[in-house]
Ligand binder design. Sequence first.
Ligand code: ADP
Ligand code: MG
Length: 287
Amino acid sequence: AVPLVVAISTSLAAKSGILIRNRQAFEALRGIDTICFDKTGTVTEGRLAVSKTVALEDDNAMLAYAAALERDSEHSIARAVTAYADSVGVRPLRADVFKAIPGIGASAEVDGHAVMVGGPQLIARERLTIPPPLQTYSDSASTTVWVIVDRRPLGVILLDDRIRNSSADAVATLKSFGIETWMLTGDNEAVAASVADMTGIDRYRAGLLPDEKLAFVKARRAEGRRVAMVGDGVNDAPSLLGADIGIAVGAGTDIAIDSADIILTRSDLRSVVDAVRLSRRTYGKMK
Ligand code: ADP
Ligand code: MG
């Protein structure tokens, strides 16, 4: 039988938008000393918008290639690129053999050309050289998507996101509980630094692939730390599973929800604070 106090907590939790899939994990939440946040869609709203496009030759031609691939991708970046192309009247080309590259981007064949879109990791992975006029964007403070056709960078699409209003407040409260806060992101260093700074998150790692987020979480646990991972996306599934407690936020993807112990139905990091408080009240604080 479930003790009454726990049953009450579970229904209280549900009312506050906290769905508990794994009760042991909910109990363990009172004892965590480290929280790792994903960035896009977790600390930020994940509603990206294109702020600028820079093409070596033709902006619209570059967008037509990018939209051909992004149309088939479920990443929030992809939705933003597709919507932007549509808004400027660019029709996406037809893509074949589409492949998502998790945490990096996507590839496909378009009109007989090998096309890739993705962030800085794509450039590194494919050992591509960025032409001098575009080099200044390899270190941008915006989320950066490169458009590559037959291994030649055609240009770059810059996107911006917004930090959730509640993120800084939630981080401050978690820190006041003595919990160390980290942000783990696949995005570039400059964006990560700025979001960490604006929200008060203690430390961050940028440019991480999904497996590297998992490796980071495992390394902290191997040091004896008790780690919660908070994320929203496909790319967070491995680290959600690998943490002591996996917490999926908001309208996250099905994969993230399947991988999580606790689901927060409100896209608001204050729900993480509520969950920790509720765990402590239900099971007592851990020394
Ligand atoms: P985060 O860790 O911030 O949630 P992700 O791991 O989802 O970010 O993505 C990391 C990076 O991979 C993005 O910043 C982007 O550069 C690149 N990327 C991933 N998916 C796509 C896509 N569909 N189109 C373009 N770039 C992508
Ligand atoms: Mg994310």
